[in-house]
Design a binder for this molecule. Structure first.
Ligand SMILES: Nc1nc2c(ncn2[C@@H]2O[C@H](COP(=O)(O)OP(=O)(O)OP(=O)(O)O)[C@@H](O)[C@H]2O)c(=O)[nH]1
Ligand SMILES: [Mg+2]
Length: 182
């Protein structure tokens, strides 16, 4: 009986003290956005992920934090939708394939275009240099230069190198996201 009350009590306190962060995930197609949501949500990694059409909404609970996640498609025809889902978010996560430098120019253009929208001013930005399990991936200091992250002055900006496949650095990423909750 005592066990029943203590588990009931911890369930109640987790409800009363839970916090929420609304997160918009954007980035070019095949950078690993849906893989990120799958890995942090269910721990499941797969090589075969269907390209997202439009967006996917998912809630992921980590400890006492509810992450409400908008995973928005990255193909060119969907990029005009990014702003809508970033509007009102507690953070924008921009996922980049750090092993595909040929796409960095396009990624930089799309990122800065998005951030130039005045409605998004001040929203914290997390850039993830994904796929660091692949040979030739570009390290964080070069990502900062190539994406001109040092020119972004109107919001907090962080950048991590990570891998959805090996789950490298995902603990730090989750801590960062939890820090945006309220
Ligand atoms: N090697 C490696 N492959 C990855 C990693 N993350 C994702 N991928 C692969 O990259 C491909 C695209 O991943 P998705 O998660 O669908 O990419 P996305 O950004 O959601 O793409 P869109 O929905 O089209 O915008 C898939 O084949 C994944 O298995 C990673 O960390 N390492
Ligand atoms: Mg996707």
């Amino acid at each position: 009986m005592a066990g029943f009350f203590s588990s009931w009590f911890s369930w109640l306190t987790s409800l009363l003290f839970s916090k929420t962060a609304e997160i918009a995930i954007v980035g070019l197609q095949a950078s690993g956005k849906t893989s990120f949501v799958n890995v942090i949500g269910s721990g499941q990694w797969s090589e075969d992920v269907v390209p997202t059409v439009g967006y996917i909404f998912k809630t992921v609970r980590k400890g006492n934090v509810n992450l409400k996640i908008w995973d928005v498609a990255g193909q060119p025809k969907f990029r005009t939708m990014w702003e809508r889902y970033c509007h009102g978010a507690d953070a924008i996560v921009f996922v980049l394939d750090s092993a595909d430098p040929e796409k960095f120019n396009t990624a930089r253009f799309e990122l800065h275009q998005l951030l130039s929208q005045s409605a998004l001013s001040g929203v914290p930005l997390l850039v993830l240099g994904n796929k660091n399990d692949l040979e030739g991936h570009v390290p964080v200091k070069d990502l900062i230069r190539d994406l001109q992250l040092d020119k972004i002055a109107d919001r907090p900006v962080s950048c991590y190198s990570c891998s959805m496949k090996s789950q490298h650095n995902l603990d730090i990423v989750l801590q960062w996201l939890a820090g945006r909750s309220h």
